[in-house]
Design a protein. Structure first.
Lengths: 130, 402
């Protein structure tokens, strides 16, 4: 299945999706190793390590951009898919050099799906739903 | 978004990775906000400087960024750091904090950013002209530049202001466009309030706090604020508090701010709000969290002008303070205060003029301060959460003069 969206940050990555249905704050929401530490999150206690993070949109402090940068640079976060990207998350993904596609119907993606995020074309492919 | 050939080349990485990232950031932000193109800017004010706020990852990012020898293209100035860059030991800042803070400053310096470290760059030489497009972070400076001066900037974040400084451009949207600069709230001060104000400079912080809460990220127009005859310091304080309690990036005030002197700035659809004595009283009650005595008095959020420092010095002549006092300002203004003898008077009373930093972005909670007195509405909004402090909010005359 191919979902058309908008390219925010360039690059192409393939990986396993982890999906949250709630807005996410990176500052105070995730630790250095990629564990979700925000108790209000619906994926509290899970790890973003080696995954593509799918969530509606970001919230919270602008320092969140730097948190995403750190996770990306350490190879913990592989890519991001948003329903509607906002500046904090966009900034983090672009500076960290990971692909980000938004304006995607994220309800079609489930945790565990193998997806390709194509930040050059603005497309997300769900491989196990061909 | 429309890009010129040159901009396309930068985006394709022909001028290196850092410029590509900066361009990607500006173009993506432009796409998110519906900008049609990029426009040149005249200056930048970059936030995200204090090690306390950006931490190790921010430091790492800035060092990575500065490695490639890219330089800023326009006059770029820096927000306050987490400490006085010279007398940090005297303030009790730890070696580790200081070392990392100085590395952050070094990274900015390498990129050609002026390391003045102040939230009032318009008092120290980064002074935009009416109508000029600029890319400023630091919400209080954004408010002053947009409103009092009539320059044009969105509320940038640290990285987007830095990217704009390096590219020399910003996406053309938001407050850069005429149609988004019209007031959607008209604020009128009740006649009784105007007649009966018993507060001095802190009134503008209290008013700003209140209006910011009401209009959120709207654009307020003050109908009769001019009757109180506020000076630039008062307007700086008002804008800072509105930006802290709401997200106000631009306000207009009849007879006071630039744009409304030359054109109609009021939208067809406006909400009218009247502010009375009780509203202001309530503001003071909300901002004051304790009746205890302060262990630190902090003045200078935003950074003090020379006139504000003069007022403090005059109050402190032949006095001895019961608590510590930080008067926060820029390197530039402090140099003049030194020459005028104000620094000496303040020191004799037991206080300090501290430069490069302020009470919000320095780690005062680690220095043992628990109750902070200030005349700043902005600081009163941030101190409880950023520094876990109890707050006393009042006029200088009641805080220092007692």
């Amino acid at each position: 299945m191919e979902l058309k969206g908008r390219s925010i940050s360039k690059g192409v990555v393939k990986g396993i999706a982890i999906v949250s249905n709630k807005p996410f704050s990176f500052l105070g929401g995730v630790d250095k190793e990629g564990n979700v530490i925000d108790k209000d999150s619906d994926i509290y206690g899970q790890s973003l390590k080696g995954k593509i993070f799918v969530f509606p949109y970001g919230k919270g402090s602008t320092v969140g951009s730097y948190v995403i940068y750190g996770l990306a640079k350490r190879g913990i976060l592989k890519g991001i898919v948003n329903k509607e990207c906002e500046p904090i998350v966009a900034t983090g993904a672009i500076l960290g050099g990971i692909p980000l596609v938004d304006k995607v119907d994220i309800e079609k993606i489930k945790t565990g799906d193998i997806i390709i995020v194509d930040g050059n074309r603005g497309v997300v492919k769900i491989l196990n739903k061909e | 978004m429309y890009l010129t050939k040159e901009e396309e080349k930068i985006l394709d990485g022909e001028y290196g990775e850092i410029l590509r990232k900066c361009m990607n950031l500006l173009v993506s932000l432009g796409d998110i906000y519906g900008a049609e193109r990029l426009i040149p800017i005249k200056s930048a004010q970059i936030s995200g400087v204090s090690y306390k706020t950006i931490g190790d990852i921010g430091l790492e990012f800035l060092e990575d960024f500065s490695k490639e020898n890219v330089k800023v293209k326009v006059h770029s100035t820096l927000n306050p750091a987490g400490m006085d860059l010279d007398i940090w030991r005297e303030l009790g800042i730890s070696e580790e904090f200081a070392k990392k803070q100085l590395r952050i400053i070094e990274a900015f310096k390498k990129m050609g950013v002026e390391i003045g470290c102040t939230c009032t760059p318009y008092l120290t030489g980064n002074l935009p002209k009416f109508g000029e497009h600029i890319s400023w972070a630091e919400s209080s400076a954004v408010s002053f530049a947009n409103s009092v001066i009539g320059a044009r900037t969105n509320r940038e974040g640290g990285p987007s202001a830095l990217a704009s400084a390096i590219i020399g451009k910003t996406p053309y949207y938001g407050y850069h466009l005429d149609e988004n600069r019209k007031a959607n709230y008209v604020i009128e001060l009740d006649i009784q309030l105007i007649k009966n104000i018993d507060k001095e400079e802190s009134f503008y912080g209290a008013l700003g706090y209140l209006v910011g809460k009401i209009v959120k990220n709207g654009v307020p127009y003050f109908e009769n604020l001019y009757k109180l005859n506020p000076n630039n310091d008062d307007l700086k304080s008002l804008g800072a508090a509105m930006a802290a309690s709401g997200g106000v990036a631009l306000y207009h005030a009849k007879n006071l701010t630039a744009e409304c002197k030359v054109k109609n700035v009021i939208d067809d659809k406006v909400e009218k709000i009247t502010i009375g004595i009780d509203d202001i009283k309530e503001s003071y009650e909300k901002l004051n969290t304790t009746n205890e005595e302060p262990d630190l008095i902090c003045i200078g959020c935003p950074h003090c002008s020379l006139m504000e420092i003069k007022k403090i010095a005059e109050m402190l002549k032949d006095k001895k303070l019961k608590s510590d006092l930080w008067v926060c300002s820029s390197l530039h203004i402090k140099a003049i205060a030194d020459r005028m003898g104000y620094t000496k008077i303040i020191k004799k009373a037991g206080g300090k003029i501290i430069k490069d930093t302020c009470m919000v972005v320095s780690p005062i909670e680690d220095l043992g301060y628990k109750v902070v007195a200030t005349n700043s509405g902005k600081a009163s909004v941030y101190l409880p959460s950023f520094c876990k402090s109890e707050v006393i909010f009042d006029d200088l005359k009641n805080i220092i003069g007692k």
